[in-house]
Design a protein around this ligand. Sequence first.
Ligand SMILES: Cc1cc2nc3c(=O)[nH]c(=O)nc-3n(C[C@H](O)[C@H](O)[C@H](O)COP(=O)(O)OP(=O)(O)OC[C@H]3O[C@@H](n4cnc5c(N)ncnc54)[C@H](O)[C@@H]3O)c2cc1C
Length: 480
Amino acid sequence: MPSIMWFRETDIRMHDNTALSASCDQSQSVIGIFFITPETWAVHNIAPCRIQLMLRGLQLLEKNLASRNIPLFIYKILSYKEIPNIILDLANTFHVQHVFANKQYEINELQRDQLVCSLLSSHEKKLHCLDDQSILKPNQLKTGKGEYYTVFTPYKKAWVKHVLDNPIISLPVPEKKQTFETNNYQHPNLIKEISSTEIEQFNSAVDPDLWPAGEKHALKMLDTFLDENINKYKSTRDYPILDKTSKLSAYLATGMLSARVCFLQAKSANDNKIIDGNTEVDCWISELIWRDFYKQILISFPRVCKDRAFKQETDKLVWHNNNEHFEAWKNGQTGFPLVDAAMRQLKKTGWMHNRLRMLTAMFLSKFLWLDWRKGEAYFMQHLIDGDFASNNGGWQWSASTGTDAAPYFRIFNPTTQSERFDSDGAFIKKYCPELASLDKKTIHNPYVYAPEKAKKLDYPKPIIDYKSTRAYAIEQFKAL
Ligand SMILES: Cc1cc2nc3c(=O)[nH]c(=O)nc-3n(C[C@H](O)[C@H](O)[C@H](O)COP(=O)(O)OP(=O)(O)OC[C@H]3O[C@@H](n4cnc5c(N)ncnc54)[C@H](O)[C@@H]3O)c2cc1C
């Protein structure tokens, strides 16, 4: 009797895949399944470029699985609602008793799994949902009081201790399974292959060549990063033009790369240390721990999944509703060059540098005083690495509504940030070519440093006054 391995939007790989390994251990033969759910993806703001990356990854996964005699059935349906009956029907057809999947921790996904689980149980079949997305299970660590951590530093300390006491391992790609006859299986929603038309239906302006798909590519990128850049990570990571961060986030978000494998390889490049090794490498490992941290926030404070602030008192803030400001921010037309360059980078490439994510998120929430949830949704709609936990965590950090967030009075000054992290304006020039003629001082704030020259450019005046909007934001937080 085969078992079913239900691949999700977050585990498109064969290496170190917890549920895939478990299903291969359970049965001599395995059937893979995946659901394309355009309606649900739209409601969840999944970016078209991320969907395209996933589908391109699935094309490769299908071939890799075939080399292990594991067929992959891909169904195209509208939403999650249709999933329970399809799985039951497939399980009945092939006399399957065990269905395996890696957990997804967001609320709708948990509800979907609950429905599948109940339906299968009522037919004496079982859905096994396993932890796989993060290095440690999100519910692994608790404080001395038995509570989940809400501050990163003590979380990281407990994380490191736990990993030293319980070493992390990764799982190999499964061996070949037994073949079995699936040719007669038919279902109206089954698609024969993921064609380019199928992929292009999800309309994206991002060039797919920027993001080659598949685990082979992701593992190669990890290798290259470890060989070439990790030893300078801490010193270079804040300068967007250098482009020296790993850019692995898209592969981690779609699960083409395992976070455990990243951790284990970084650790071995760090003289087998997690902390107190090479500070440059320690710093990268710490970012992987931030990723785990936000996943544990998601499971322990599910209100963040319901459009609510982590710091509940900040739900009382009354945000402005200026659509012109929101449009200017989205289109990189705020008159603050580094903010604009960053927003254009996002639209063009599907990715934005971490420092610029913090800057643009603070700009939206603190200077434009627009609800951070609007920005959070816009990021998800455009990020190739869109990941609910990290995106929500990053937005709430920037808006000072989140766990371990930036204090409300610590607001990045867009001009100072620009002078510090893009000192010669090279990043600005890359995405805002209309500013290319400006010298390296003027480019950071053209209308203040050279108003006459600025007026002649096809570039907007700053849409807000920095000082008064900053003071307004601080007042609002103080009044809480
Ligand atoms: C407002 C905002 C929104 C964000 N949205 C997302 C998102 O949707 N998806 C996402 O993966 N990251 C998000 N981040 C975190 C971070 O910006 C990206 O992970 C990082 O820029 C990805 O680039 P990289 O792969 O080169 O990272 P590297 O610097 O090479 O870091 C390695 C990996 O560590 C993880 N990581 C790094 N920084 C963080 C962080 N601050 N929080 C959590 N994990 C981190 C990522 O998985 C990343 O790939 C967001 C941050 C902010 C401030």
